[in-house]
Design a protein around this ligand. Structure first.
Ligand code: NDP
Length: 421
């Protein structure tokens, strides 16, 4: 039993147990509502939904087998000899673990298999889109089931294998935050695997099924639909290409693996992040050429800022002896081996990587035109997510680095948007 004083000192995030309970109930609902509204843009409107409702439960079985097969297929690729093993950074428990780094290989092999399935074996990819609603519902259920498994196994772990954020002693809160830092079954690292593979690659598969659906039903595909899918595939391919960067993220180093990450990685990303593409395939809006052009430019600018700033910080943190790093302006701190980078994009705003990501989100939204509020929901959510994340990170860094962080704030006054925020 933990002493009472320690329990009182625990700092809850997300509004504590009640807040996370609300989030766990609201998010699956939000995904289902988003998909239903998205489908409604189809010419059939509510009639289309009623038609889908007919076979909903039968489709749930098909969806279940599809999702389990998908997870297994990605797990086999993950455990295959493709790629190489790399050693991660020290975790909050002090451990350094080896990780199989072959996410990009998995992406390429999956794309190849999808092409063969579609064009050689005659399996119709568009059928996935036809069961997108049951798939989303079943994925939410599977995420709950996996989180329960992870929570139960964490009850049998030593305290030094647990994440700080998931040790409040409140079951609901710890179930949400995740108790075990790095759950592994043999060589299979549950968190590392789920972070970038089934959900992220699944997101692109879903969108390809939407492109296939449009082609199947109309005989052609609109330019915004093709471009948006290509932008998303680029974003995902880029994340997988830079897979080692995942090892320095908070998710890997500090967060336990519980409902928050399980659901975020495997239900929220594929089914909510594809909502703009769902809108394009359902509503088929006429997007003005000017907006398409602005969207392309924003995507390129956003990508350069996003990728370069993340690369700069990763190089700075992981290879402090690299000759390029030695020439950069930095602010010394009292934390051993951790100075603050104050050069390149990190002298422009304090979170340039968030700025790049937000420009990408704006680009994707404009690609859907201005006819409806629906594509703006993703954009609004993403702004809220990154601004909240920035505020949380600012508090953490301010506590960790004290005067050095104050100096950083003076030298780089804006957080994300120059002259605005
Ligand atoms: P960061 O990669 O910015 O990590 C924040 C940490 O970086 C800080 O806690 C601090 O950790 C270190 N840091 C901050 N400022 C400096 C500095 N000046 N010099 C050196 N180190 C510094 O944030 P995230 O992990 O949240 O995001 C990584 C990327 O992932 C971003 O591009 C973000 O946009 C993207 N992302 C995308 C999401 C999506 O759903 N698409 C969701 C979340 C993030 P320390 O000092 O301890 O090293």
């Amino acid at each position: 039993m933990e002493p009472k004083a320690e329990k009182r000192a625990f700092e809850y995030a997300f509004g504590g147990p009640l807040g996370v309970l609300g989030i766990m109930l609201a998010l699956p609902l939000a995904i289902n509502v988003m998909i239903l509204f998205g489908i409604c843009y189809n010419e059939d409107g509510f009639a289309g939904i009623l038609e889908r409702l007919n076979g909903f439960f039968d489709d749930c079985w098909t969806a279940l087998w599809c999702l389990l097969g998908w997870f297994l297929f990605q797990a086999v690729l993950y455990l295959s000899p493709l790629g190489k093993d790399i050693v991660g950074l020290p975790l909050s428990t002090g451990q350094r673990l080896k990780y199989r780094c072959n996410g990009f290989h998995a992406f390429v092999v999956t794309a190849g298999v999808a092409l063969i399935a579609q064009f050689v074996l005659g399996l119709q990819l568009y059928r996935l889109f036809e069961i997108i609603w049951p798939m989303a519902s079943v994925a939410c259920g599977l995420c709950f089931a996996l989180s329960v498994y992870l929570y139960i196994r964490a009850l049998f772990r030593r305290t030094d294998e647990l994440a700080q954020h998931g040790m409040s002693g409140n079951h609901i809160y710890d179930f949400f935050m995740g108790r075990e830092l790095n759950p592994r079954t043999g060589k299979f690292d549950w968190k590392y695997f789920c972070e970038l593979r089934p959900g992220l690659i699944g997101w692109i598969m879903l969108e390809l099924s939407m492109v296939a659906f449009e082609y199947h039903t109309t005989g052609s595909c609109s330019l915004p639909l093709v471009l948006l899918t290509a932008f998303h595939a680029w974003y995902v391919g880029d994340a997988l290409w830079n897979e080692p960067a995942l090892l320095s993220t908070k998710d890997i180093i500090e967060e336990g693996f519980g409902f928050m990450l399980v659901f975020g990685d495997m239900a929220w990303v594929p089914f909510f992040y594809s909502s703009q593409t769902l809108y394009l395939v359902s509503a088929r809006p006429d997007v003005p050429w000017l907006l398409v052009f602005i969207s392309i430019v924003l995507h390129l600018v956003g990508y350069v800022i996003f990728r370069q700033s993340n690369l700069q910080k990763n190089l700075f943190r992981n290879s402090p002896n690299d000759p390029r790093v030695k020439a950069w302006k930095t602010i010394p701190t009292s934390v051993l081996g951790k100075n603050l980078l104050c050069d390149g994009w990190w002298s422009f705003v304090r979170h340039p990587n968030y700025l790049g990501d937000l420009l990408l989100a704006m680009s994707w939204t404009l690609m859907c035109g201005l006819d409806s509020f629906y594509p703006f929901i993703y954009c609004g959510y993403f702004f809220a997510l990154l601004i909240h994340r920035e505020i949380r990170d600012e508090e953490v860094c301010s506590k960790k680095y004290g005067d050095a962080w104050k100096e950083f704030r003076t030298r780089v006054p804006y957080r994300i948007f120059p002259f605005v925020f």
